[in-house]
Ligand binder design. Structure first.
Ligand code: PMP
Length: 364
C-alpha cells in the first residue's frame, strides 16, 4: 500500500474532544442466532417485499429529481399512526432515530451547552452529544434502574442542561418511566426534554407514552423509530413528535433532502402494511415475559422489561459467559452495568437456542 504504515488517526488534525474516543460498535457477526441489537426477528413476508419493490420501482422512475425535502406525506402517515390528535406539522422524520437525536443536539445543544442523561442508558446519547460539541452530564440510575426524581431535579438545577434525555423503555435495562416522573422533570428542565421511545410499542399495558404530555409541554420531544416494532431497521427511518416549533428548529440544521425518495417510499409502504409489520409485537411481548420468568426460575437476576430485550446477570466474568454463548452460535450483548448481559427477544426457536446455550455457558 502507498500509505505510511505508522500513520493513525492520532496523526490527523482531529478535534481534541474526539481524541481517545471509541466509535459505536455492536459486533456484526455471522452466526445463526443474532440477539444483540434489539432487532425484530421477523423479516418482511415475500408479499410485503414485493409491495416494497413495486413501490420503489415506481419511485425509481423519478429519481432524477430530489425527494420531497419536507417528507410531507410520510410525516402525515406517521402522525396518523401515533394518534393523540397529532398532525404532520407535529412530526419530523430522519434516517433512523439516531439522526433525529443528532438534529436535536445540533439545534438545541452545541459548544457551551450540556446534555443530561440517566445511566446506564443508550450509549449513543453521549456519543452524539460529544459529536455535536455538547457537554455530557449523567446521573446514575438507582439499584432497580429507575430514575430517582429527586436526584434528577438536583442535577437539572446544577447543570441547567439544554437537552435532557429520558429513555423509556430504557436501553439496556428495559425500564419504563412513570409518566408523572417525566412530567416533573419536563416542568423543571430549562431546555428541551427528549423522551427516547424507540421501544414504545413493547411496553406492558398500563405504562402510557409521553405522547400524552405533548399538548401541555411545548419543549417536550418524543422520539420513535421504525427499526424495532416495525421490523424495519434496514430502512433507517426514525421520527419524532413535538410542538411544530420544534420541527421548525430542526429544519435549520437538517441537510436538504436528507431523507431519500427511496426511504420515504419504503416507509410509506410499510405504514400501509403496519398491521403485518406490527403483527409480531404481541408475540414478542409474551416471549419477553416468558423469558424473564424463565431466567428468574433459574436463579438469574433480571431487570423488569418493557422492551424487546432483557438485561440479566449477575456474572463475575460476563465476558466469559458472552464468549461461551457465542461459541454455541448465540450472539448476545455485553452492555450495561458490570456483571450484566443483554439479550434481544427473538423467535421461539432462537429463544430455545438461547436458553440451552445459557444453561451450558453457566453450568446451571
Ligand atoms: N434509541 C434507542 C434507545 C435505541 O436503543 C436505538 C437503537 N438501538 C435507537 C434510539 C436508534 O435506532 P434507529 O437509529 O435505528 O432508529
Amino acid at each position: 500500500s502507498v500509505e505510511p504504515v505508522s500513520f493513525t488517526l492520532n496523526d490527523l488534525p482531529l478535534r481534541d474532544d474526539l481524541r481517545g474516543r471509541s466509535p459505536y460498535g455492536a459486533p456484526q457477526l455471522d452466526v445463526p442466532v443474532v440477539l444483540n441489537t434489539n432487532e425484530n426477528p421477523h423479516a418482511p413476508s415475500p408479499r410485503l417485499a414485493r409491495a416494497l419493490a413495486d413501490a420503489v420501482a415506481a419511485t425509481a422512475l423519478g429519481l432524477n429529481r430530489y425527494p420531497d425535502r419536507d417528507a410531507v406525506r410520510l410525516r402525515e402517515g406517521l402522525a396518523a399512526y401515533l394518534g393523540h390528535g397529532l398532525t404532520g406539522a407535529h412530526v419530523w422524520a430522519a434516517n433512523g432515530s439516531n439522526e433525529i437525536l443528532q438534529q436535536i443536539l445540533q439545534a438545541f445543544g452545541g459548544p457551551g451547552r450540556v446534555a443530561l442523561g440517566f445511566e446506564p442508558s443508550y450509549s449513543m446519547h453521549p456519543i452524539i452529544s460529544r459529536g455535536t460539541g455538547t457537554g455530557w452530564a449523567s446521573v446514575p440510575r438507582d439499584a432497580d434502574f429507575r430514575i430517582d426524581t429527586g436526584a434528577a431535579l438536583a442535577a437539572i438545577a446544577e447543570h441547567r442542561p439544554s437537552v435532557v434525555f429520558l429513555t423509556s423503555p430504557n436501553n439496556p435495562t428495559g425500564t419504563a418511566l412513570d409518566i408523572a416522573d417525566i412530567e416533573r422533570i419536563a416542568d423543571a428542565a430549562p431546555g428541551v426534554v427528549v423522551v427516547d421511545e424507540a421501544y414504545a410499542e413493547f411496553r406492558r399495558t398500563g405504562t402510557p407514552s409521553a405522547l400524552t404530555l405533548l399538548e401541555d409541554h411545548p419543549r417536550l420531544i418524543v422520539s420513535r423509530t421504525m427499526s424495532k416494532a416495525f421490523a424495519l431497521a434496514g430502512a433507517r427511518v426514525g421520527y419524532l413528535a413535538a410542538h411544530p416549533a420544534v420541527v421548525d428548529a430542526l429544519q435549520l440544521v437538517r441537510l436538504p433532502y436528507h431523507l431519500s425518495a427511496v426511504t420515504q417510499t419504503v416507509a410509506l409502504t410499510a405504514l400501509d402494511h403496519a398491521d403485518e409489520l406490527l403483527g409480531a409485537v404481541d408475540d414478542l411481548r409474551a416471549e419477553r415475559d416468558a423469558l424473564v420468568a424463565w431466567l428468574r426460575e433459574h436463579g438469574f437476576a433480571v431487570a423488569d422489561s418493557d422492551a424487546n430485550f432483557v438485561l440479566f446477570g449477575e456474572f463475575d466474568d460476563r465476558t466469559a459467559v458472552w464468549q461461551a454463548m457465542l461459541d454455541r452460535q448465540v450472539l448476545i450483548r455485553e452492555v450495561g452495568p458490570p456483571g450484566w448481559l443483554r439479550v434481544t427477544v427473538g423467535t421461539p426457536e432462537e429463544m430455545a437456542a438461547f436458553r440451552s446455550a445459557l444453561l451450558h455457558a453457566t453450568g446451571r
